[in-house]
Design a protein around this ligand. Structure first.
Ligand code: NIG
Ligand code: FE
Length: 406
């Protein structure tokens, strides 16, 4: 066999200990190979070692560090429009929930997305994916939820599908029709029933659904029957849970066998223990804590209790206008109590698990997709310290250099 590409001279090749889900203490047990070469064939990793097998192309990565490409398993692309004024309003003392309750917040983006043409929504989001690729991201999840009616929700799902097929990153869609309670319905129950009336069309685009389960949005009693019906229709379930108040979302995630409970900054100890003892992945989003100036989820407590922890950006125009995985990992290490090794596993193997891709993404191993980020560091351990420096040399996606140069 002749390889397509051989990346030679890597100082350090770093990979999580095994495919996701990786739990508790195991999250920090990275596999590290020093001074090796990585061979790629047909978009997959085909060789890791000290030899130099025959290859059509040889790329020099002398002394650099390779990690699995970052997998952002929680963002709110596609969207359009800015909420910069809202950010300033919060600095003047208005809260995220107050702004939303007075028709701003999520509703402001809903208005922008509803009125934007499909092409516009596609183009604005495509630009974001190009930026994300430069930051080492190789797979990204995106959600509907800025439509809140059948046409606009399906429009976002179509845009996500088109984004996936028109640029190199994998784009994984999630249905978040239950993101906010729009006008025109008598009750939340009535709105959730309305969403269920068109989920068969949603199913053509995604098998995963999410809900903003939060005090003042969809409380657990609204969420539970809705999510049960979605589960019965074959959807994988995720929840925005215990974000701004301890609302019971995390416990509901465990009760329903959800894939993930995301945010958890307000979850109490009992909830965190319940999640840690279950198969639900806790997706921590420290960028949102930073952007909203809120507290940080207790990642160290979840890991000490043998939990499965993933990290993501929550990139969206309101609560977190940050997609940079290096910054998110810096925050996770500084404020969520994660070790750098745990943060790496959380952004790769465990994020792949949340997106149902752990069998082919999140590790640097023979047979895995050749999605890599190549960093100019002495060692991966410098990552949270060097996060704001120009350390990303290249992003490799399915065996092709899509950003930077080697
Ligand atoms: O994860 N919490 C709900 N949804 C998003 C925010 C979306 C928005 O503000 O536009 C979040 O923080
Ligand atoms: Fe979110």
């Amino acid at each position: 066999m002749i390889l397509d590409i051989l990346i030679v001279g890597l100082g350090e090749v770093v990979s999580p200990p095994c495919r996701g889900p990786v739990r508790g203490g195991e999250m920090s047990q990275l596999k590290i190979k020093k001074d090796v070469n990585i061979g790629i064939k047909d978009g997959k990793i085909a060789y890791i070692g000290k030899e130099k097998p025959l290859s059509s192309r040889v790329l020099n990565a002398s002394g650099l560090v390779a990690l699995p490409g970052f997998i952002d398993c929680h963002t709110h692309i596609p969207f359009t429009g800015s909420r910069g004024e809202e950010f300033l309003m919060r600095l003047e003392g208005r809260s995220y929930m107050e702004i939303m309750e007075s028709g701003g917040g999520i509703f402001s983006t809903v208005k922008s997305v509803k009125t934007a043409s499909e092409v516009r929504l596609f183009q604005d989001s495509l630009k974001l994916l190009v930026e994300m690729a430069c930051h080492g991201i190789t797979t990204v999840e995106g959600k509907s939820g800025y439509g809140l009616d059948e046409d606009s929700e399906l429009k976002q799902l179509r845009v996500l599908e088109r984004l996936n097929s028109s640029q190199p990153l994998d784009v994984v869609p999630t249905f978040l029709g239950a993101h906010a309670f729009p006008e025109g319905f008598n009750s939340k129950k009535e709105y959730l029933e309305y969403l269920l009336s068109f989920v068969d069309k949603v199913k053509e685009y995604t098998d995963t659904a999410d809900i903003f389960c939060e005090k003042g949005v969809f409380e657990p009693e609204d969420s539970k029957p809705f999510l049960k019906k979605l589960k019965a229709k074959g959807f994988r379930i995720r929840l925005h849970a215990d974000e701004l108040a301890s609302s019971g979302g995390g416990k509901l995630a465990v009760e329903l066998g959800a894939v993930s409970a995301d945010h958890l900054i307000s979850a109490d100890e009992e909830t965190l223990k319940t999640i840690a003892g279950s198969s639900v992945t806790a997706v921590l989003l420290p960028g949102t804590s930073f952007f909203l100036r809120e507290r940080y989820a207790r990642g160290d407590f979840l890991i000490a209790n043998n939990g499965i922890v993933a990290l993501a950006s929550d990139f969206n125009p309101g609560s977190c206008n940050i997609y940079d995985p290096l910054m998110i990992m810096h925050l996770a290490v500084s404020h969520n109590g994660l070790k750098v090794e745990e943060a790496i596993t959380a952004y790769t193997a465990n994020s792949a698990h949340v997106l149902n891709m752990a069998h082919r993404k999140g590790l640097i191993e023979v047979g895995y997709d050749a999605d890599l980020v190549i960093l100019d560091l002495e060692s991966y351990r410098e990552l949270p310290y060097m996060f704001s420096r120009d350390i990303i040399v290249a992003t490799v996606k399915a065996g092709r250099v899509i950003s930077g140069e080697l």
